[in-house]
Design a protein around this ligand. Structure first.
Ligand code: PLP
Length: 452
């Protein structure tokens, strides 16, 4: 850190403060984790200085033999860990991985047939007329994904994201009574809408998804099934999600981040069937520029870690801890969306405490408990204030906490919620952001959180 301090001490201070924050508070953000020292150190080295556009063995730059080694290793680990026919490890993030996947599907299903019709191999060889026709066709495609308030992600076709501008999008949701995915309603929507892409996967759904059923629905309407397993990739890697709940045997294409439950460096990856491989490998230059070799090297290390038997034990403990946390909260009267969890996350509905999600998130943060607010299904408070708080166990499980500590955390959370009140309930938008938190309760919880 002194090397950094010599150049810009404020950055060195911020790094030190971040380590302190992450040590002294309880990190319950469902999408975060603690990567191992091996992963962190692999990200900070000379690979960062190398350009390597292209794919392994086919680069547009000279001198890429070492990048070839780490990219091939990361892809091999990914294929073997997840049982996939092909792996592409260049995406810089989950958003990039999803864009690569969407364009791979469009390339296979729309561009490929257009090129064949025109009798050419490359888009550059299309006449202006055929090119204009292809662009219109690309713009006409439909995507069906999980609605945001049911737990879907912005990249699943929503307007603020490029995916929502590329595709004509429609959503499927959850049953208003149970909060569970309604496969019959989804099937009916798919039959009517006839999407090119059916997206499964979520950021805030606390239950399992049956990917065999999803594939059945996709096949019935001629859609390609894409699963975004960004959140639960660690549970797939750790063989907690198997059979119908493992997306890899069922979906034609699977995307993921590498930094959430998978516990690797920040980044993304794409797994796919052999028929999609050549389209996925065009991620650079379709969506990406030069890959990040230092991050691909760190992906190789993280995936090697995930292939060890200890990782299976870790993944099981993540789920056991989430269940213990959910039970502790339910016992203390907190309302949970779907009434519990089957995976690594729990979604609290805090409206019963008279709070918005934003107020609860802020009060918990003041008390050393780091979470994020999240909309609940049919949320009356919208996506900014929300009525929910999402919590997850991947990070604290890495730190070695178990079910007994989860029960204590349930107690800390309910203590904070009970000790917090909105300043001026129900009088307009700004007041919904303010709250008062009993200082004694806050200090007591913060001390217990730091001690855990
Ligand atoms: N997909 C899902 C399901 C996610 O939850 C997220 C991140 O929250 C992403 C994609 C995007 O990942 P990134 O932040 O790496 O772009």
């Amino acid at each position: 850190i002194d090397v950094v301090r010599d150049v810009e001490p404020r950055v060195a201070d911020a790094i030190g403060a971040e380590v302190e924050d992450q040590r002294a508070s309880l990190k319950l953000i469902a999408s975060e984790n603690y990567a191992s020292p091996a992963v962190l150190l692999t990200m900070g080295n000379w690979f960062s200085d190398k350009y390597a556009e292209g794919t392994v063995g086919r680069r547009f730059y000279a001198g890429c033999r070492n990048v070839d080694t780490v990219e091939a290793l990361a892809a091999e680990h990914a294929r073997e860990l997840f049982g996939a026919e092909h792996a592409y490890v260049q995406p810089h993030s989950g958003i990039d991985a999803n864009l690569v996947a969407y364009w791979a599907i469009l390339s296979q299903r729309v561009e490929g047939p257009a090129l064949r019709r025109a009798g050419v191999r490359n888009v550059n060889d299309l006449t202006d007329g055929d090119w204009a026709e292809l662009r219109r066709e690309l713009g006409d495609q439909r995507l069906l994904g999980m609605s945001l308030d049911a737990g879907g992600h912005l990249t699943h076709g929503f307007r603020p994201n490029l995916s929502g501008k590329m595709f004509d999008q429609r959503s499927y949701g959850t049953d208003p009574g149970t909060g569970l995915l309604d496969y019959d309603a989804l099937r009916a929507t798919a039959r009517e809408f006839r999407p090119l892409v059916l997206v499964a996967g979520y950021s805030a759904y606390p239950r399992l998804v049956n990917f065999r059923l999803m594939r059945e629905i996709a096949d019935e309407v001629g859609a390609t099934l894409m699963v975004d397993m960004a959140h639960f990739a660690g549970l797939v890697a750790g063989k907690v999600l198997t059979g119908d709940f493992d997306p890899v045997p069922h979906a034609q294409i699977v995307t993921s981040t590498t930094h959430k439950s998978l516990r690797g460096p920040r980044g993304g990856l794409v797994l796919c069937d052999a028929e999609l491989a050549e389209h996925v490998d065009r991620g650079c230059p379709m969506v990406l520029g030069g890959p990040l070799p230092h991050v691909m090297a760190a992906k190789a290390v993280a995936l090697a870690e995930a292939r060890r038997p200890e990782f299976r034990d870790y993944a099981q403990r993540v789920v056991d801890n989430a269940r213990a946390l959910a039970e502790g909260l339910l016992r203390r009267g907190v309302r949970l969306v779907t009434g519990g969890t089957d995976n690594h996350l729990v979604l609290l509905d805090v409206s019963g405490s008279g709070l918005t999600g934003r107020q609860a998130e802020a009060a918990l943060l003041d008390s050393g408990v780091v979470t994020n607010r999240n909309a609940v299904p049919q949320d009356p408070n919208g996506a900014w204030y929300t009525s929910g708080v999402r919590i997850g166990t991947p990070a604290l499980t890495t730190r070695g906490l178990g079910p007994a500590e989860m029960d204590e955390i349930a107690d800390l959370i309910t203590t904070v919620l009970a000790a917090t009140a909105p300043t001026d309930p129900g009088t307009g938008r700004e007041s919904r952001a303010r709250y008062v938190l009993d200082p004694q309760a806050r200090d007591a919880v913060a001390k217990r959180a730091a001690d855990l």
